[in-house]
Design a protein around this ligand. Structure first.
Ligand code: LRH
Ligand code: MN
Length: 395
């Protein structure tokens, strides 16, 4: 352990910030998932939203930083959302963002909120009114909209007309929000359509959010950019204008692979968290909701989520250990290698001992992944959860 007072101070401030960090888990990560080629089943997978929440609570119990679970409607539809929220409370977690679903209905083939037929748009708007009712029943404040709409061939539809219809539909949804609610709007550059996506990039999402009002913010899914996009640049820009509402963290090698965050590119995750720390946006009241959006196609789900949460903590800890004074001095004096070096020193720091110390100070296992493996919970649910319909995307 260093004796240098400024390094000790940096370490103490990093521990304090890490102790406040929270990461929201996606209910669908605990269900079966796959690709168009195969959705694999796994013993012990939840059969309903109650079991999904119980599994998410296991992640929080072992890591201490995952106190919220986002739901997806209709995948997580239940008769009584009040009961589901009570179950979450009993399990020591709460319900986070409510995700709408516009990508599994036949009538949305040529569009939902952008569709030329007002009746189809009205149905899509009504789905969001239903999601807002779920938010009221669960105490959630974030309505998360990923717009899957797009076209496959040039000329198939008028790009501008679709944007006008989209703006009108979003305005109708926005008007239904309660004062404490937010509409967070997710973009994606391709898939399920391959010529245009109606919200393909951060600029388009931002334009619609600015047109809607203060309660509208952008969702940045780390898997939704063209290869080699400088995502931390987008993070810095959205933070600068106060419109970064949330992350959907995952990682990818090529497409929207939804792999474990930090698994494919831990350096990119560090660079993203470095912009978050630089903007002091790690604070719980920063308005940025750090969420995971992943699918564990072949690996066990709960250990996969635990590993994911630990990867975010590690990237965050490294970003918090950047000597910002040295960095600023080098940046301001044009010391290119000095500035890059300040960042790389932090990135190349092994922060696992620091995180182990944090967890032990909170009465948590130093290594949550190993602790969960020792708990026998995976074997227990594989034995108990027999029969019923395993949860999945239900495509
Ligand atoms: C779309 C997306 C969106 C969710 C879905 C599960 O690719 O990222 O955030 O609705 O995955
Ligand atoms: Mn997403």
């Amino acid at each position: 352990m260093t004796t240098d007072p400024s390094a000790q101070d940096l370490r103490a401030r990093a521990l304090a910030a890490l102790a406040e960090q929270t990461i929201e888990l996606p209910s669908w990560a605990f269900g079966n998932a796959g690709t168009r080629f195969k959705v694999f089943s796994t013993p012990g997978v939840p059969r309903d939203p109650f079991e999904k929440i119980s599994d998410a609570a296991q992640v929080h119990r072992h890591t201490g930083v995952a106190p919220r679970v986002s739901l997806h409607i209709p995948w997580d539809l239940v008769d009584d959302f009040g009961k589901l929220a009570e179950h979450a409370t009993d399990e020591g977690v709460s319900i986070g963002a409510i995700n709408s679903n516009l990508f599994q209905a036949d009538e949305y083939k040529l569009g939902s909120l952008t569709h030329a037929d007002p009746a189809v748009r009205a149905k899509a708007v009504a789905h969001h009114v239903q999601c807002i009712d779920v938010m009221r029943a669960t105490g959630s404040t974030d309505l998360k909209i990923w717009l899957p709409d797009g076209t496959n061939y040039p000329g198939q539809d008028d790009i501008t007309d679709r944007q006008e219809r989209l703006a009108e539909s979003l305005q109708q949804i926005y008007a239904e929000l309660d004062p404490e609610h937010r509409l967070i709007l997710e973009y994606k550059f391709y898939e399920p359509y391959f010529y245009t996506m109606d919200i393909p990039d951060w600029g388009t999402s931002l334009l619609h959010c600015l047109a809607l009002g203060e309660q509208a913010k952008v969702v940045l899914d780390t898997g939704h950019h063209a290869p080699n996009t400088n995502i931390e640049f987008i993070v810095a820009q959205l933070l600068r204008v106060g419109r970064l509402g949330a992350f959907d963290f995952n990682s990818r090698f090529y497409g929207d692979d939804d792999l474990i965050v930090g698994a494919a590119d831990p350096f990119q995750l560090f660079r993203i968290m470095n912009e978050i720390v630089r903007a002091d946006a790690l604070r719980p009241d920063s308005g940025v909701n750090f969420m995971l959006d992943q699918c564990h196609n072949i690996e066990p789900k709960i250990p996969g989520q635990i590993r994911s949460v630990m990867n975010v903590q590690e990237a965050t800890a490294k970003a918090l250990l950047v000597d910002r004074e040295a960095l600023r001095t080098a940046q301001r004096s044009g010391d290119v290698l000095g500035a890059n070096g300040a960042l790389m020193d932090a990135y190349n720091t092994d922060v696992r001992p620091l995180l182990a110390e944090l967890r032990e100070s909170q009465g948590l296992p130093a290594d949550p992944y190993a602790a969960y493996a020792r708990s026998g919970h995976q074997e227990q649910i594989a034995t108990e959860r027999v029969g019923g319909q395993q949860a999945s995307w239900g495509a």
